[in-house]
Design a protein around this ligand. Structure first.
Ligand code: 3HC
Ligand code: NAI
Length: 699
């Protein structure tokens, strides 16, 4: 018995309790005493059954991620050895699961003969989200409990299933409303009294028999599951490992699974994804907002403007179970906005991802109004009206008059100065930016814009609410475009010139998709609508020779069937258009630009390096607190490939010195400010670490 593992007895049933806060990860200091305890119990003839349970908020949440790539990760007894030990028991072993049984935790539970659970328990193999595969038999045992394709769905998505589903699929034998451990002991006693032979999961064949005889159906299912996972190694190896379980003897497949795990854990993608796991948790820790700061309560949210963003923001709150009052300028706009939300939910019902009852419940939490007085009982009000300072100020003036004391007033502005908006109210400390991304009900990123006067408990509330509505929050400072859109502008600055100098839209887009982005910038522009940027440029007195000319011809992108590309009727597939090529050449001639061949390398350097450079400037100015916060913004808001860990993480592996050198090259050649290396980037080039350079600055 140690502080991490205690063994108690209830008659002839032993209860092993694991206690390794905060999530009972399988650290070496837990595995070692657990191994000793299990060996003793296996050999103790007075013990007729064993229950494994956990203290604290959860069952085992997995291997200890902080031990990866250290000697402790593999030190004996490792998890595989513990599971072999469990499977050698000739008396029933029962995992009693509450909270989450994730990764290695679920693998350990599958090493037991039986699993019983609290009704709120969740089960998952989230390793794929860390760029890994379950490395202790998970890809082989889960199929033997719930069937190979269902198992692979769980493994490749990394998403958990609830206790009710786990019971229905055969992953657990019983679910209890309360008294989990007492019920587990009774269950173990019942099993010990039975004369039936105990079969370890690794020796069960019934759930995989069908797939073994019909690999074609299995392979077709795999192909469908892997469709959206292109470029990532982990999902591919997960699928291969599950397949090995159908074609190889168990122990051989297990050895192969281990080899895949080792390959992945040492690879760049998993390193990047593990960085993102910790970065996401780090982002929740905000300088100046300590543990002692209490969040305000948010029982009802208000949303102003039921347009593209307002509707999506309202849906995010409804999805999180928070009632919403939504306000529009007039009845017609309100009805239109609400009908669009209803329609979006109807699509989910049609697709089978939402039930009619759930839809009705969510829409039942929504109240529409055109009267500001109806916002008086809202605890948080988010403005999502047109992007114009004068209108925003007018709206905040009205809010100031009706909102109750302590209500948080937020703006979804993409670019405008949150401090100026706050100053138009009598309560600037209650004002904050909450910058959602489109479509707001789907995209996970939330930039929380901290104004000069924003109160710490307002930030704490914003972070807590974000979590409740399943967003990934990052606190950023006030500047034009905040972190994401500001860096996007730098990434886009050279696009027109690249075309004029000789690149084609498809060539540029290919550099982006080859890198791992879901789409290149020109295909993206066509999807979002080129008219948005056109209108924006006009209001700022700016021009873009090629994009403006396309818009003047009514080529707004996919919605008009033509943009930088041409789209066959109803198709979303971009096809290069000779008319666009001719237009580009004509504009180049007009401007006297000599066209030449442009390499993929040059395209990458002139788009992605300025983006990194802007990120460094953002860090230098303290707009973002950490390089990893910038990574979280880009991975969750702009589709930066997760296998590369975000722009700043990627920049370090690309080599900061090389980036500075190439920026200087382009700066010398063009004199453009986007290429002028940030001071912080130059300093970081020496140490190779942005975080270290940032710390040096702060100190
Ligand atoms: N190892 C080490 N630390 C972990 C951890 C793990 N597996 N899981 C969570 N933590 C840490 C977090 O970093 C955080 O630390 P901090 O307080 O210092 O920031 C703390 O535990 C609490 O975590 P959360 O803030 O995420 O707490 P929540 O209550 O929101 O969520 C959870 C709990 C659902 C368990 C969530 O932490 C989670 O999903 N954890 C990851 C689970 C996972 O990926 N498991 C697979 C590991 S790989 C594996 O098992 C390999 C095997 O197949 C061989
Ligand atoms: P939108 O034009 O689709 O919707 C704006 C809505 O606000 C309209 O329905 C309009 O009737 C309503 N409205 C205007 N003035 C109002 C007032 N005084 N009172 C009540 N309602 C009023 O615009 P969209 O795209 O939803 O943008 C809204 C805000 O969100 C802008 O600040 C924009 O910059 C920001 N944003 C937009 C994103 C996008 O991708 N569309 C992404 C992130 C932020």
């Amino acid at each position: 018995m140690t502080e991490h593992v205690t063994v108690s007895r209830d008659g002839e049933i032993a209860i092993v309790t694991l206690d390794n806060p905060p999530v009972n990860a399988l650290s070496f200091h837990l595995r070692e005493p657990l191994g000793k305890a299990l060996e003793a119990l296996r050999d103790d003839e007075a013990v007729r059954g064993v229950v494994i349970a956990c203290a604290g908020a959860t069952f085992i949440a997995g291997a200890d991620i902080t031990e990866f790539n250290t000697p402790k990760a593999t030190a004996s007894p490792n998890l595989r050895e513990l599971i072999v030990l469990l499977e050698s028991f000739e008396k029933p072993t029962v995992a009693a699961i509450h909270g989450t049984a994730f990764g290695g935790g679920l693998e350990l539970a599958m090493g037991c003969h039986f699993r019983v659970a609290d009704r709120n328990a969740r089960f998952g193999l989230p390793e794929v989200k860390l760029g890994l595969l379950p490395g202790a038999g998970g890809t082989l045992r889960l199929p033997r409990l719930i069937g190979p394709l269902k198992a692979l769905t769980v493994i490749v998505s990394g998403n958990p299933i609830g206790a009710r589903d786990a019971l229905a699929e055969g992953l657990v034998e019983a679910v209890y409303d309360d008294s989990l451990v007492a019920n587990a002991v009774a269950f173990a006693r019942e099993q010990a009294d039975k004369a039936t032979a105990l079969v370890p999961v690794s020796r069960r064949e019934d759930k995989i028999a069908e797939a073994k005889n019909d690999l074609d159906t299995f392979d077709a299912g795999v192909a469908a599951l892997l469709k959206k996972k292109r470029g990532l190694d982990a999902p591919r190896l997960c699928a291969q490992s599950v397949r090995n379980g159908l074609t190889m003897p168990f122990d051989e497949a297990l050895a192969q699974e281990r080899a895949y795990f080792v390959e992945l854990v040492e690879g760049e993608q998993s390193r990047a994804q593990r960085h993102l796991f910790f970065a996401e948790r780090e982002a929740a820790k905000v300088p100046g907002v300590g543990k002692e700061v209490e969040p305000r309560e948010v029982r009802r949210a208000g949303v102003i403007g039921a347009g593209t963003m307002g509707g999506g923001i309202a849906m995010s709150f409804l999805n999180g179970g928070i009632p919403v009052t939504i306000l529009e300028m007039d009845r017609e706009a309100l009805d239109r906005g609400i009908a669009r939300m209803d329609g979006n939910y109807a699509i989910s019902v049609k697709r089978g991802s939402l039930t009619e009852e759930a839809k009705a419940k969510r829409m039942g939490l929504l109240t529409g109004t055109t009267d500001y007085a109806d916002l008086a009982d809202c605890d948080l009000i988010i403005e999502a009206v047109f992007e114009e300072m004068a209108i925003k100020k007018e709206v905040f003036g009205k809010l100031d008059a009706v909102a109750k004391p302590g209500a948080i007033l937020a703006s979804n502005t993409s670019y405008l100065d949150v401090d100026e908006i706050a100053a138009s109210t009598s309560r600037p400390s209650d004002v904050v930016g909450l910058h959602f991304f489109s479509p707001a009900n789907i995209m996970r990123l939330l930039e929380i814009v901290r104004g000069r006067k924003t109160a710490p408990d307002v930030l704490k509330t914003a972070l807590a609410v974000a979590r409740k509505i399943a967003k990934v929050p990052v606190v950023v400072g006030v500047c034009h475009g905040f972190v994401g859109n500001r860096m996007l502008a730098s990434r886009s600055a050279e696009l027109e010139d690249l075309l004029l100098e000789g690149a084609t839209p498809e060539q540029v887009d290919k550099v982006f998709t080859d890198f791992g982005w879901p789409m290149g910038p020109f295909a993206m522009g066509d999807l979002a609508g080129l008219d948005i940027g056109w209108r924006n440029r006009k209001s700022l007195g700016k021009t873009a020779a090629i994009a403006d000319a396309l818009c003047e011809q009514g080529r707004f992108g996919q919605k008009t069937g033509k943009g930088f590309y041409i789209y066959e009727a109803g198709s979303r597939t971009p096809t290069p258009d000779p008319e666009v090529a001719a237009l580009i050449e004509e504009k180049a001639r007009e401007k006297g630009v000599n066209r030449r061949d442009i390499s993929a390398e040059e395209i990458a350097e002139r788009t992605m390096y300025p983006m990194i450079n802007e990120g460094a400037k953002i860090l230098q100015e303290g707009i973002a607190s950490r390089a990893s916060d910038v990574d979280i913004v880009w991975v969750n808001g702009y589709g930066f490939p997760i296998g590369k860990g975000g722009p700043m993480f990627w920049a370090e592996s690309e080599g900061l010195g090389k980036i500075v050198e190439r920026l200087e090259h382009w700066h010398g050649r063009t004199g453009k400010a986007v290429f002028e290396p940030a001071e912080l980037l130059r300093e970081a080039a020496d140490s190779g670490s942005l975080a270290a350079a940032r710390k040096g600055k702060a100190a």
